[in-house]
Design a protein. Structure first.
Lengths: 276, 327
């Protein structure tokens, strides 16, 4: 663990990633305190105003303050990121652990399922399900979670295959410890480190998917603000209001970058051998 | 090699069957019968369309029979008729596929043509400014929302500079010579192809780089160096060819992302391809089209993977004797 911190602290990129993550979390949680304006307050006399001292990032087609909408919108992204990843990690751990612990047809069946899921273009799959269940915050969390557990499952399975033959597991089995206890109490805790890394990277990709869905009008529904649906307005007004297209995308880029840097940094710190 | 081919074909068939089960399952995901949901959500869908869906899925039949019938139609590429204009789904999709395939193929070529040299050079000059720039580019590429990049490029090249058209894939209603038409296509497709390739560019550059770095640590490279071979020969004859092996696999794996991305850039740039068709079908809840494209998208992906697998077998002699990495 000390080794881990030494490596992590030395990695300036990872630290700045961590900083971005902390800041975006703080912004999302403290939105009502820091937003300069009500995100749904309509100012009829300030429609599509470019950035100015009264509206730092301009206003949208209804005269709403873009900065305030972005601050509140971060909450949508963070929510989807964390809950979708929570779901995908749960499924991934379950599938991976069972596949890794029970060789033979269980393993073959589950890994074939992973292959099948991976061969359907994920975005198509997500959109197809959204078409059926309808777009809403809850639905996209579930759909993103249910369509992105395959990587974790493979990871956990790999860890299980390696750890299953270790002495303490063989000892536990010889002592007659039930399989479920061996899986969840003995092996899983030792297999979790790479899962945390992939969770953080997963949040980044969930935020990207959420923003794309919201942009297409199939994610977070207006008037609830999200970075993606502000960009929808940006596209509609692209010829007159560049600020609507620029700032929300920048927020997505920086946030996703933060999670990616943090995740990669953690990975390197956990596995110092990779540092060349 | 034949054994490898047969094994892979078998796996392909099983996966294909699995995809159909999954797609069929999705149809039944909706609370209640798909026909009910659909009539609640979309008043535009007529009773006639509902009846058609009922017939297509045989909703009064037991589940296994429904699936069997659906599969049988699928084999004949019969996805039913669209709700919007009542034409066969397969025909509509067939009209839209060429442009989508063309764009995806072009971006795949762009990805390989650009990222391989970048990755190799970054690896050869590890820790150089170029290598560091590549790393920055990779991180930005991973974090960049494709649709935002599309908007920015549209804003810059289409609106502020006015250099490129921002919608469609050709100028309509103008007769042109073939040469002019070719240039016209090029100008229309430049941005969509670039946007579609961007994420892949980052991923691939990084992959080529680390694959090269890994290979250069191998014993045979050290041997080659010890023998006194010059650096150029080592890099291009020994290291590069071996680092290509995992890249071929990655190429196959990147297909779903590319095809899925069609929805985004085709919608933004108003290109009448499969992605745009899919998006319109999703928003108008045209289920036969949604299901048809999901299955076809998966088949295209599978074919891509299969080809990648085969070429993997060709590049890597080790595969010929064993049956390849199973599972």
């Amino acid at each position: 663990m000390r080794q881990f911190w030494i490596h992590f602290k030395r990695n300036r990129l990872a630290l700045s990633g961590g900083l971005i993550v902390v800041i975006t979390l703080a912004v999302a949680l403290l939105a009502p305190l820091i937003a300069p304006d009500d995100p749904s307050a309509i100012h009829v006399n300030a429609i599509l105003m470019p950035p100015s001292s009264s509206h730092w990032l301009g206003t949208d087609a209804l005269g709403r303050d873009v900065l305030s909408r972005m601050i509140y919108g971060s909450w949508s992204s963070i929510q989807v990121g964390f809950i979708a990843v929570g779901i995908s990690i749960l499924i991934g751990i379950l599938v991976g652990a069972v596949a890794g612990y029970y060789p033979g047809w269980v393993d073959i069946f589950l890994m074939r399922l992973v292959d099948i899921m991976l061969s359907i273009p994920t975005f198509f799959l997500i959109l197809a399900v959204i078409a059926l269940v309808g777009p809403s915050l809850i639905n996209i969390m579930i759909v993103i979670g249910v369509t992105s557990w395959m990587g974790v499952a493979r990871l956990v399975r790999g860890e299980f295959l390696a750890l299953k033959e270790s002495d303490y597991v063989i000892a536990a089995r010889a002592l007659g410890v039930p399989a479920s206890r061996i899986i969840f109490r003995h092996i899983l805790p030792n297999a979790m480190a790479p899962v945390y890394v992939s969770a953080i990277l997963g949040i980044a990709s969930a935020i990207l998917i959420e923003s794309a869905l919201s942009f297409l009008g199939l994610g977070v529904q207006p008037p609830t603000p999200s970075w993606g649906n502000i960009l929808t307005d940006g596209k509609a007004n692209i010829e007159i209001a560049w600020w609507l297209s620029l700032f929300p995308g920048l927020a997505i880029l920086v946030t996703v970058l933060g999670y990616n840097l943090l995740g990669e940094g953690l990975r390197d710190a956990l596995d110092p051998r990779l540092e060349k | 090699m034949l054994q490898f081919f047969l094994k892979r074909s078998g796996q392909l068939l099983i996966t294909l069957l699995g995809i159909t089960v999954l797609t069929f399952g999705i149809m039944h995901l909706a609370p209640g019968e798909p026909t009910v949901v659909q009539s609640e959500m979309n008043q535009k869908v007529s009773a006639q369309a509902r009846e058609q869906l009922r017939k297509l899925y045989g909703l009064d039949q037991p589940l296994w029979k429904q699936y069997g019938d659906w599969l049988e139609r699928l084999v004949r590429f019969d996805f039913g008729n669209t709700f919007t204009d009542g034409r066969p789904v397969a025909t509509v999709i067939a009209e839209k596929i060429p442009i989508t395939l063309a764009i995806n193929l072009l971006s795949l070529i762009l990805i390989i043509a650009v990222s391989v040299p970048i990755g190799v050079y970054a690896a050869v000059r590890q820790h150089s400014p170029f290598d560091k720039m590549t790393t920055v580019f990779v991180f930005i590429g991973f974090a960049m929302p494709g649709f935002w990049l599309a908007l920015l490029l549209m804003l810059l090249f289409g609106i502020y500079l006015g250099w490129l058209p921002i919608s469609g894939y050709e100028t309509l209603g103008v007769s042109m010579s073939f040469g002019e038409r070719l240039i016209d296509w090029g100008r229309h497709l430049l941005l969509p192809v670039f946007v579609s390739a961007f994420g892949g560019l980052a991923g691939f550059s990084r992959y080529v780089r680390s694959s090269m770095l890994e290979v250069t640590l191998q014993d045979y490279i050290r041997t080659a160096k010890a023998k006194g071979l010059d650096e150029r020969t080592i890099i291009y004859k020994h290291a590069f060819r071996n680092s290509l092996i995992p890249i071929v696999t990655l190429l196959g794996l990147s297909l779903p992302g590319l095809i899925g991305g069609s929805v985004i850039f085709e919608t933004i740039y108003a290109i009448p391809g499969m992605g745009q068709l899919f998006y319109q079908a999703v928003t108008s809840r045209d289920y036969p089209v949604v299901m048809g494209i999901t299955v076809i998208g998966a088949i295209l992906t599978l074919l891509g993977n299969f080809l990648a697998d085969l070429s993997y077998g060709l590049v890597n002699p080790k595969v010929k004797s064993t049956a390849g990495p199973g599972g």
